[in-house]
Design a binder for this molecule. Structure first.
Ligand code: SF4
Length: 392
């Protein structure tokens, strides 16, 4: 368990100016008045954790829209983290930003605390931004990048979405070109998922928008991989590209299935073989963290915990395999697996590994098991092979 000595902390800010049509996240557009109380509550939750004696090496503000926090609120939360936890000197602090909020003044103010920012660009095409009901235009992203560089940010991610209703390969190429022109350090690109209850799903279901074509989405993925490679990015994870040294350490924590605490309304955490989920609604979250007596709950629970589900060894093992294989360059370390579980992966899953290797989907590179290029598009099928073994 020596490899589990560094931890991560995720903080959820569940407020947005408007709701995007594809969004199924835990976020609210009508409760900004709660923001001050919410900041106090999140500081209380940070202070409420019992017996936490590990070192934090990444801190991630996600949402929702964390750029709705004013700089002094961000500072207050970060100060609470630094007072309550020990942390690595090179602590990575990421904040997700709506490009519209990323003004010159805001970026200069947050630069004191934040080391990495992530901008939700999504697309360069006005028609797609409108279909998504995004409240920004591409000019906001261009401006935000300029201000961010001036403020001294040297680790900037852009998020893009592909496989959208009505999106052509040329439209996607335009978005990729536009993103590369901005010279980001990191790019995350996810295929659109039509989630139940979203406006976009409703419009596709009622034929107001065309159903995205999965074959076209696969072509878009291939195009992205080619263009990113030509531009000097490394595809270090199935959906993530980085310039050397700019990989997102926080997300790597998830992909290595290492522990992280999740705080804020609806946040998820994973620690001590327990998966926690916090209460969803900000007003209930705030209520739970008011006038706290000492927290009687066992670690990693806090007064905001809604569910704490124990993770059994087999599930944990499977999750380690399938998140680890997502790391395309690094792969899944056989030594780390054996140190963690006291069993050899290559012995426990000998048949699966042999079969997937014969099919050209897996390969062994020294100490690491890796997905092949051909497997990237059908990675879920590869992961499923390991899950089936677990069920028999
Ligand atoms: S900004 Fe993000 S969290 Fe907010 S509505 Fe849009 S997709 Fe959802």
């Amino acid at each position: 368990m020596g490899r589990q000595s560094v931890w991560s902390l995720y903080l959820h800010i569940p407020f947005c100016a408007t709701r995007c049509t594809y969004c199924a996240f835990n976020t609210y557009t009508d409760r900004h008045a709660l923001l001050d109380d919410y900041v106090k509550a999140i500081c209380s939750e940070i202070g409420s954790l019992n017996n936490f004696n590990h070192r934090i090496h990444t801190l991630y503000f996600g949402g929702g829209t964390p750029s709705l926090l004013r700089p002094f609120q961000l500072e207050e939360i970060i100060s609470h983290v630094l007072i309550n936890f020990t942390y690595s000197p090179s602590l990575e602090i990421t904040q997700e930003l709506n490009p519209r909020d990323a003004t010159e003044e805001y970026l200069h103010a947050i630069r004191k605390y934040v080391s990495r920012i992530s901008l939700g660009m999504q697309s360069v095409n006005p028609s797609e931004l409108q279909m998504f009901s995004r409240d920004h235009e591409h000019s906001h992203v261009v401006q935000a990048m300029e201000y961010a560089r001036q403020a001294g940010f040297d680790n900037i991610n852009l998020d893009l979405i592909y496989g959208n209703p009505g999106q052509t390969l040329d439209m996607w190429r335009d978005s990729l070109h536009a993103a590369l022109e901005l010279d980001p350090d990191h790019l995350s690109m996810y295929a659109l998922s039509l989630e139940n209850g979203t406006e976009l799903k409703r419009r596709v279901t009622y034929n107001e928008l065309p159903l995205p074509d999965p074959d076209l989405a696969a072509d878009m993925y291939e195009l992205a991989s080619e263009m990113m490679e030509q531009a000097g990015f490394t595809q270090y994870e199935i959906s993530n590209w980085a310039k050397p040294g700019k990989e997102c350490l926080h997300n790597i924590q998830y992909w290595k299935n290492l522990p992280y605490l999740g705080m804020g309304a609806g946040a998820h955490g994973y620690a001590n073989q327990t998966r926690t989920v916090n209460v969803m609604k900000p007003e209930i979250y705030i209520e739970r963290l008011k006038n706290l007596p000492p927290n009687p709950l066992p670690f990693p629970q806090t007064p905001a915990t809604m569910t704490a589900e124990p993770i059994d060894r087999q599930t944990d093992m499977f999750e380690t395999i399938f998140t680890g294989l997502r790391l395309l360059n690094e792969g899944l370390s056989l030594t780390a697996f054996e140190e963690r579980y006291g069993e050899k992966l290559e012995a426990k899953f000998a048949d699966e590994i042999r079969r997937l290797t014969r099919m050209g989907l897996l390969w062994q590179d020294g100490d690491a098991l890796k997905l092949t290029k051909a497997a990237r598009l059908i990675s879920n099928r590869v992961f499923q092979e390991f899950a089936v073994e677990e069920e028999t």
